[in-house]
Write a protein that binds this ligand. Structure first.
Ligand SMILES: [Zn+2]
Length: 499
């Protein structure tokens, strides 16, 4: 008894059960889970934020930053950049700074020298690549206006855009450091180890499946798939990541404050100094190296990067079934990317066409049944859709191995079985409180992910464990919209012979 009490205290002191708290708050008990499982677990119009996990964990990170303030929270580059209005045009800002310096005996020579390499990238200061003559005009207003006009529309637009880009990267960078700190402060290292164990178990399961897979045997690719699987691992070198990131942050701060000091720390120099920092190749923020975010995950052979949320849940959620549904489902999905071939650039040398069709048929069918605002299934989604299906299958297999005798046992805090809780936790990990629609990217192209409600309903409806957990009838919408389970790997996978 004492042990249980201690354990409860430990949980509440360090973290909370994200899955239980949200399910208690939001599940719509009046809706039949076999009708539209996603909206039963994650209903509309009950106050769920547009992205439950992302926003939930932003909150946890912000609280951690307040509780454990860092020296870099006070860096002036962070304060200035975060407060910087993003819609002002760059050349007006430059005009304003020049005028200010000129009228207050500031260093206009330095300012022009700073601008030359950015505007013209000249070998030497000569002719039209040189701005020094401007400072010889004693009329500050006229000289400032002239400088403004030297920045062509295209150049000003280009610089404004590159500043916006750097601004966004910088924002991501600071969030990244916040997460790294939270990983150490809240200490989710046990959660990381647990997810690592899940991945290692899944790799073993996948290898067992691959070795029995008819299409892999028939096309002589079992061995190559196995050797790809063996390379995959979970990135966990956060200490080094944090050190490198803080090093870069200090360099950025130094370059920025040095620059501003040259302009007497004037607020008007923010834009120019920020531009100088953003153009320095040594201070480049490589977004690719910001290996994970709070509620995201990423696969690039051989590494899997997972966000803070998944480690937090693996550590602080009590029920194993919920941990596997949420964190196991995520690592399964990322690992699943390595087991799907959708384009010739993917790492697998061969993949079964029948499996590819099966995956797309499922998403098509779910799309038709559960469309909210809009829904489309297209070829570009095969990779994500396939990773969803394989990921869930791997996670469920793990559930069966970890909770074999407890699948039908009731988990009291929620009054659901562990088998049911696994699927609820899957729904929580994709829960969005807004009507779903086809996702388009900033550049107008279609996103490679299906909408969250389609993803969840598609992958779970075709899984026999779901039907069993909720005793769904054949006529229910979930089961009606399910195609025969897509068994991609294993002895019942398609034959897909060589031809
Ligand atoms: Zn993915």
């Amino acid at each position: 008894m004492r042990l249980v009490l201690l354990f409860t205290f430990f949980l509440s002191a360090n973290g909370f059960d994200f899955i239980v708290e949200n399910l208690k708050k939001y599940v719509n008990h009046d809706a039949d889970p076999c009708d539209d499982f996603y909206r039963h677990a994650c209903p509309l119009d009950v106050g769920i934020p547009r992205d439950l996990v992302f926003l939930g964990f932003q909150d946890i990170l912000a609280k951690n930053s307040l509780k454990n303030p860092r020296a870099w929270d006070k860096f002036s580059v962070k304060k200035d950049i975060f407060e910087r209005p993003r819609n002002e045009t760059f050349n007006d800002k430059i005009e304003e700074l020049y005028l200010h310096l000129c009228e207050n005996e500031g260093n206009t020579t330095l300012m022009l020298k700073h601008l030359e390499p950015i505007l013209f990238n000249p070998a030497e200061c000569r002719g039209r690549f040189c701005l020094a003559y401007i400072r010889d005009d004693p009329n500050c207003k006229r000289a400032a206006k002239h400088l403004n006009s030297k920045l062509s529309r295209d150049m000003a637009l280009y610089l404004s855009e590159s500043l916006i880009e750097y601004h966004n990267q910088f924002f991501e960078f600071v969030t990244f450091i916040q997460i790294l700190n939270a990983i150490l402060d809240i200490d989710v290292r046990d959660g990381i180890h647990l997810v690592e164990e899940y991945l290692e178990d899944m790799k073993k399961i996948a290898i067992e499946w691959v070795q029995k897979t008819p299409w892999a045997i028939n096309n002589e690719v079992s061995k190559s798939i196995k050797s790809l699987i063996e390379q995959i691992y979970l990135f966990d070198n956060y200490g080094e990541n944090l050190r490198n990131s803080i090093d870069l942050f200090i360099k950025i701060e130094k370059a920025y404050t040095d620059c501003k000091a040259q302009y007497n720390d004037s607020k008007k120099a923010v834009e120019l100094c920020f531009l100088i920092v953003s153009q320095d190749p040594k201070l480049k923020i490589d977004v690719e190296t910001l290996s994970f975010s709070d509620a995201n995950a990423y696969y690039g052979l051989p590494s899997i990067y997972m966000g803070f949320a998944y480690y937090y849940v693996a550590q602080f959620t009590e029920a194993v079934s919920a941990k596997i549904g949420f964190s196991g489902g995520c690592v399964g999905h990322e690992f699943g990317h390595g087991l799907i071939k959708s384009t010739s650039a993917d790492d697998l040398t061969y993949f079964s066409n029948n499996s590819r069709n099966c995956i797309q048929n499922q998403y098509n069918s779910t799309c038709k049944e559960f469309v909210e605002q809009s829904c489309d299934t297209y070829d570009k989604q095969v990779d994500e859709n396939g990773a969803d299906i394989i990921g869930l299958q791997l996670a469920y297999e793990l559930l069966e191995r970890h909770c074999k005798d407890d699948l039908k046992t009731i988990y009291k805090p929620l009054n659901v079985t562990h088998q049911q809780l696994f699927f609820y936790a899957t729904a929580v990990s994709y829960c969005q409180g807004k009507r779903s629609h086809t996702i388009t990217r900033m550049d107008g192209t279609l996103d490679s992910h299906a909408s969250a409600n389609i993803r969840v309903n598609a992958m779970i409806s075709q899984h026999p464990g779901f039907k069993d957990a909720f005793q769904c009838s054949k006529e229910s919408r979930m089961i009606k919209s399910a195609v025969d389970q897509c068994i991609i790997y294993g002895e019942h996978a398609p034959q897909t012979r060589k031809h």
